[in-house]
Design a binder for this molecule. Structure first.
Ligand SMILES: Nc1ncnc2c1ncn2[C@@H]1O[C@H](COP(=O)(O)OP(=O)(O)OP(=O)(O)O)[C@@H](O)[C@H]1O
Ligand SMILES: [Mg+2]
Length: 263
């Protein structure tokens, strides 16, 4: 057996190559429909680093939620690959993917998805307990304080307003200190004022936690607050703006739309 040589050890003098947190290449998802094969996603490529924010926009049915499902390892792609911290999803077992979800990712959905027969504190403690983290009760209380709900910890979700429920969901998501936070239209069920408050909190927690944020939204203004932006149309990227740089030319987008929707 070969022993590692001195040259295998990382040199302290050279800058270390930091692997992207999330690397997505040539991702595709196809399913069998009643009338043949359906392409839900095709040719999805992008890279996201720790602490960055990415908005995914596009019309209803364009594949946004399907893409989040693949990124979170909830679903498997038909083609292409996702690397998390340099590890290919396809090379890890479903068990390890589930563990990765519990320890690395957190989700905030349009419909909050709180457990109705658990109180606010228990809801936030749940993922902490599932991930086997120490002191779940005090960590949960800290996060509930950050979202301004210390006075509601023994209340049940049904007795809270929509905005309050979403703030509980944010506390629950950030409490596990995820590396990646997925938010799928997190303000879709809220009125303007509550939606605004939830969004301010989401970006504030994102900045302070260092978690990368992947945010699905229909709101162009909200999308513009993220560093990066992908726009989907019928499962394909039609606009890709990363750190202010347009990687897909406008003319290519117009050509694509013209090809798929000839006037
Ligand atoms: N398992 C499946 N089998 C067949 N079709 C599916 C499946 N999952 C999703 N779809 C279809 O794929 C397309 C993309 O769905 P998806 O939920 O990703 O859209 P979306 O962009 O999130 O839309 P919305 O903005 O309405 O939430 C839709 O046409 C949907 O009907
Ligand atoms: Mg969706």
């Amino acid at each position: 057996m070969n022993k590692p040589s001195a040259s295998d050890a990382p040199s302290p003098d050279l800058p270390q190559q930091v692997a992207a947190l999330l690397e997505v290449s040539k991702l595709a998802k196809r399913v069998q429909g009643p009338e043949g094969e359906l392409t839900l996603l095709e040719g999805i490529d992008f890279t996201l680093s720790a602490g960055e924010s990415l908005a995914i926009t596009g019309p209803s049915g364009s594949g946004k939620t399907t893409l989040l499902g693949l990124l979170a390892g909830l679903d498997t792609p038909t083609a292409g690959e996702i690397h998390l911290n340099g590890n290919a999803f396809s090379s890890i077992s479903e068990d390890r993917r589930a563990r990765h979800r519990a320890t690395t990712c957190a989700f905030v959905f349009q419909e909050f998805h709180l457990v109705s027969d658990m109180n606010v504190l228990e809801n936030v403690m749940l993922p902490l307990e599932l991930a086997g983290l120490a002191k779940p009760a005090s960590t949960a209380k800290d996060w509930l304080e950050r979202v301004g709900l210390s006075h509601r910890i023994h209340h049940f979700p049904a007795t809270l307003s929509g905005g309050e429920q979403q703030r509980v969901a944010l506390a629950r998501a950030f409490a596990v200190q995820p590396r990646l936070l997925f938010a799928d239209e997190p303000t879709g069920s809220l009125d303007h004022a509550n939606g605004k408050r939830v969004i301010e909190l989401l970006f504030e927690l994102n900045q302070h936690s260092g978690a990368a944020l992947v945010l699905v939204t229909h709101d162009p203004q909200l999308a513009s607050r993220c560093q990066h932006h992908l726009e989907l149309h019928e499962g394909k990227i039609i606009k890709k703006v990363f750190s202010g740089e347009k990687l897909v030319e406008e003319s290519a987008i117009e050509k694509f739309i013209h090809q798929t929707h000839p006037s």
